[in-house]
Structure formats: structure tokens, C-alpha cells
Design a protein around this ligand. Structure first.
Ligand SMILES: C[S@@+](CC[C@H](N)C(=O)[O-])C[C@H]1O[C@@H](n2cnc3c(N)ncnc32)[C@H](O)[C@@H]1O
Length: 241
């Protein structure tokens, strides 16, 4: 547990650490100024590796969770590669039972996730979950909704990620994987891997199509949001390529 001062800053940080640590505030509501909705504060640590930075995919997925909040109320949600965890924290705020996960080998990220929960007074479970590695806890997760923001960035890890997603989708009937990713050159590979792991895309959106304008000025890139399910029947399939 981290102690925070009256100003919300972690108590006792050295000047060197303060330079490295920033706080970003993310509002979810009908507009930036209204009192409705809520805000989530994220601690970003520039000193650490990429997992401790709020990536644009995370901001877009978190906004989608907010806009789709009725689907998340009382749902069991697992966020993969959560890093700074904004989508999972928003899901918890709207009533989901959330487990935040990240690479078991990166204990600093798991510690950081606990700090995010404490700072925002949000209760989430936190587990190490390395894609493609099955621990006892993985078998007990059984989520209705799996979230993953910017987890499709290293093609070497795609197979492990899809294997984990397929396993989790098989563990709970009618479950869904909602992911945001940069539309780079990897679509053919993503499409191939979905077929390989028995998955299909049922919704594909331009990530900017549902974002309020006040949030888009700081974002760039070609980001897509996909909803992916097990391909158990010959339904309407949207191909990613
Ligand atoms: C680009 S960051 C995205 C972080 C966060 N979802 C966001 O959008 O701000 C990728 C995340 O995936 C995690 N990750 C990378 N390889 C992983 C693996 N093999 N198993 C589990 N997590 C992994 C990293 O630790 C990191 O938090």
C-alpha cells in the first residue's frame, strides 16, 4: 500500500522520483466540464518501461467501456497487459468485478497497478498473467469480458496472446474480447491468427469514431477497436484484413 499526501501525491518521493512521475486525469462523462460521470487519475512513471505510460489505445478503450457501461455492470472483467490499467479501472467504476493482469515477470508493473487502485479508491484483483503461460489463477478467472489495450504491438507475442484469449473465451460461454490496437501492417497476421485460434471479429470500429472531440486533440494514429469472440458457428464475420 502506498501512502499519499493530502495533495494525492505519493508521500516521501525523492526529487529525482518526482521528476520521473506524472499524474494524468481522465474524465468520463458527457463533456469535460460537467459534474456528471467521474475522473480517474493515473500515475505514469516515465523512468520505467512502456507499461507505465497511458497509451492512446488505452484512452480509447477506456472511453468505449464508459460508453458501453451497461454491458460492464456486474460483469467479470479481465484486462490483459493492463499496464497503467485505465480501461479496467473504468470498468470497475461502472460496476464490474475486475482483475487487472500484466506480465508475471514484471513485478514493478503489478506494484504500479496496485498504486493506481489505491489512488483512485477502486477495488480490483491484480494477478500476474504472462500470455501463453497457464498458472492456477488463470483457470479461475472465467471472465465475461476480456479487455486489451495496445496488446497487439509485438508480432512475436501474438500467438501467445491469442492462445490466452482463446482459452479465456472458452472458459465462459458468450464471453468477448474487446481490444484496441494500432492498425499497422499486421492485419493479415491478426486475421490469420484469429482463424488459427478459432476466433472471429464481430465488431470493428475506427477508434476515433466514438471519441468526444475534447479527447482527440492529444491522440493520433490509426487506432481500431475490435470485438472478438469464439467462432463457434457460421455467423456474420468481419475480417480484420
Ligand atoms: C504497449 S503496453 C500497453 C499498456 C496498457 N494496456 C496501455 O494501453 O496503456 C503493453 C503491455 O503488455 C504487457 N505485456 C507485454 N508482453 C506481455 C506478455 N508476454 N504477457 C503479459 N503481458 C505482457 C506489458 O507489460 C505492457 O503493460
Amino acid at each position: 500500500m502506498v501512502d499519499y499526501g493530502d495533495d494525492g501525491e505519493p508521500a516521501g518521493t525523492s526529487p529525482a522520483e518526482e521528476v520521473m512521475t506524472t499524474f494524468s486525469r481522465h474524465h468520463f462523462g458527457s463533456s469535460e466540464d460537467t459534474a456528471d460521470g467521474f475522473s480517474v487519475t493515473i500515475i505514469e512513471n516515465m523512468k520505467e518501461e512502456y507499461g507505465l505510460f497511458v497509451w492512446p489505445c488505452s484512452i480509447i478503450l477506456a472511453e468505449y467501456v464508459w460508453q458501453q457501461k451497461s454491458r460492464f455492470t456486474s460483469a467479470s472483467v479481465v484486462e490483459l497487459g493492463a499496464g497503467t490499467s485505465l480501461p479496467g479501472l473504468v470498468a470497475a467504476k461502472v460496476g464490474a468485478d475486475v482483475t487487472l493482469t500484466d506480465d508475471s515477470n514484471r513485478s514493478e508493473v503489478l506494484t504500479h497497478m496496485r498504486r493506481q487502485c489505491d489512488l483512485n479508491d477502486i477495488k480490483c484483483k491484480i494477478h500476474g498473467l504472462t500470455w501463453g503461460v497457464w498458472g492456477t489463477q488463470t483457470f479461475c478467472l472465467c471472465p465475461n469480458i476480456i479487455l486489451g489495450a495496445d496488446v497487439l504491438y509485438d508480432s512475436c507475442a501474438f500467438d501467445d496472446l491469442f492462445a490466452t484469449v482463446a482459452f479465456l473465451l472458452q472458459s465462459t460461454p458468450s464471453s468477448i474480447f474487446i481490444t484496441t490496437y494500432h492498425n499497422r501492417s499486421g492485419h493479415h497476421l491478426i486475421g490469420f491468427l484469429m482463424v488459427k485460434w478459432g476466433l472471429k471479429c464481430v465488431k470493428l470500429l475506427d477508434g476515433f469514431s466514438f471519441m468526444p472531440s475534447y479527447k482527440t486533440s492529444s491522440l493520433s494514429g490509426n487506432i481500431q477497436l475490435a470485438e472478438i469472440v469464439l467462432d463457434t458457428a457460421n455467423g456474420d464475420e468481419k475480417k480484420l484484413m
